[in-house]
Design a protein around this ligand. Structure first.
Ligand code: NAD
Ligand code: LMR
Length: 327
C-alpha cells in the first residue's frame, strides 16, 4: 500500500538558501525515507529560474521525492501542506540591521499567513527563516487566525550552532561535547547566546572560560556573525542557514536528542518573564512533535539584562508592524 507523501512548502525557492535547503530536504535530511512532495513558491519573475532548480532536483533522482509543484500563488502552493518553510524575503546588505527589512519583508508574511490559514493541513508547522525572522513569524501567526500559535516558529538554530562552535573551539573540544547551549530573544544583534547553562563533556562551560571572553568575544562574535559573513562573502549566509533550517524542522517534527536541548524562537507562554505571544528564542525540547520550553533555569542579573534588552527590541518591532498595519 502506498503512503501519501508529506507535503512540504518552501518559499523563496529560487534563492540562495533554497539552493542548498531543497536538496537537503529531498535527500532525506528532514524525514529520512518518508515520501515527500515539494511545493515551491516564488514571485513570478523568479519562476523561470525555479524551473532550472526543479530540473536539478529531477537530475538527482532522489528516491523519496515523489512530486514537485511550483507556483506564484500561495493559496495554490500551500494547499494541504504539512510543513511550511518561509524563507522567501529580501536579505540584508552590508551596513543594515535585520530590522531594517521590516517594512520591505513584513507584507510578504501577512499574505502568506492568510493563505496558510485558508488552505494548509490542520497539522501544518510553519518555520520562518526570512528576516527579520521573529517578527515575520509573528506577522504570519497573527494573520493565520485559525492555526494555533504554537504551529509557528522562527529560526535561531543557526545562532545556536554558531554558539556551540565558538565555545567548542575556545576550549578545544568537539561540538558534539557541547550541550545545553541557549540563544535567548531575537535573531538579531541583541540576541543573548548564553553559555552559563552550557556544558562541555559534562563540565560547566562557565568554569572553562572567563567572563571577559564571554562578554567581549563570545557574545559579539555569535550575535554579529551574520554581518561578518555578509562582509566576507558579499552576501548573507546560505548553506549554514539551510542546514540550521532543516535541523530545526527535523527536530520539530520529531523528538530532540535525550540529555540536550535546542534553541527555537516560539510564541512565549510567559516563561522567564518574556511577555506572552512575543516570538522569542528559548531553550526547548521536542517530544513527538510537541515543543516545551525548558523550565527552571537560574537567570542571574547579567543574563536577565541581556534577555530583557532583546525582548525590548522584539516589543519595538511588534509596535512597528502594528503601526504598519501588518498585524
Ligand atoms: P535570496 O535573495 O537569495 O532569495 C530570496 C528569494 O525569495 C528570492 O528568490 C525571491 O524571489 C524570493 N521571494 C521574494 N518575495 C517572495 C514572496 N513573496 N514569495 C515567495 N518568494 C519570494 O535570499 P536568501 O539568501 O535565500 O535569504 C532569504 C531570507 O533568509 C533573507 O531574508 C535572509 O536575510 C534570511 N536569512 C535568515 C537566516 C536566519 O538564521 N533566520 C539566515 C540567513 C538568511
Ligand atoms: C544570518 O544570521 O546569517 C542571517 O540572518 C543573515 C543576516 O542578515 O545576518
Amino acid at each position: 500500500m502506498s503512503t501519501a507523501p508529506v507535503k512540504i512548502a518552501v518559499t523563496g525557492a529560487a534563492g540562495q538558501i533554497c539552493y542548498s535547503l531543497l536538496f537537503r530536504i529531498a535527500s532525506g535530511s528532514l524525514l529520512g525515507s518518508t515520501p515527500i512532495e515539494l511545493r515551491l513558491l516564488e514571485i513570478t519573475p523568479a519562476l523561470k529560474a525555479l524551473e532550472g532548480v526543479v530540473m536539478e532536483l529531477d537530475d538527482c533522482a532522489f528516491p523519496n521525492l515523489v512530486n514537485v509543484e511550483i507556483g506564484d500563488d500561495p493559496k495554490k502552493v500551500f494547499d494541504g501542506v504539512n510543513a511550511a518553510f518561509l524563507v522567501g524575503a529580501m536579505p540584508r546588505k552590508a551596513g543594515m540591521e535585520r530590522s531594517d527589512l521590516l517594512s520591505k519583508n513584513g507584507a510578504i508574511f501577512t499574505a502568506q499567513g492568510k493563505a496558510l490559514n485558508e488552505v494548509a493541513a490542520d497539522d501544518v508547522k510553519v518555520l520562518v527563516t526570512g528576516n527579520p525572522a521573529n517578527t515575520n513569524a509573528l506577522i504570519a501567526c497573527t494573520n493565520a487566525t485559525d492555526i494555533p500559535n504554537d504551529h509557528f516558529a522562527a529560526l535561531t538554530r543557526l545562532d545556536h550552532n554558531r554558539a556551540k562552535t565558538q565555545l567548542a573551539k575556545k576550549v578545544g573540544a568537539s561540538v558534539a561535547d557541547v550541550k545545553h547551549m541557549t540563544i535567548w530573544g531575537n535573531h538579531s544583534s541583541t540576541q543573548y547566546p548564553d553559555v552559563f547553562h552550557a556544558e562541555v563533556a559534562g563540565k560547566s562551560a562557565a568554569d572553562l572560560v572567563d567572563e571577559a571572553w564571554v562578554e567581549n568575544d563570545f557574545i559579539p562574535t555569535v550575535a554579529k556573525r551574520g554581518a561578518a559573513i555578509i562582509a566576507a562573502r558579499g552576501s548573507s549566509s546560505a548553506a549554514s542557514a539551510a542546514n540550521a533550517t532543516v535541523e530545526c524542522m527535523h527536530d520539530w517534527l520529531g523528538t530532540t536528542a535525550k540529555g540536550d536541548w535546542v534553541s527555537m524562537a516560539v510564541p512565549s507562554d510567559g516563561s522567564y518573564g518574556v511577555p506572552e505571544g512575543v516570538i522569542s528564542s528559548f531553550p526547548v525540547t521536542v517530544t513527538d512533535g510537541k515543543v516545551e520550553i525548558v523550565q527552571g533555569l537560574d537567570i542571574d542579573a547579567f543574563s536577565r539584562a541581556k534577555i530583557d534588552a532583546s525582548i525590548a527590541e522584539l516589543e519595538d518591532e511588534r509596535k512597528a508592524v502594528t503601526e504598519l498595519g501588518l498585524i
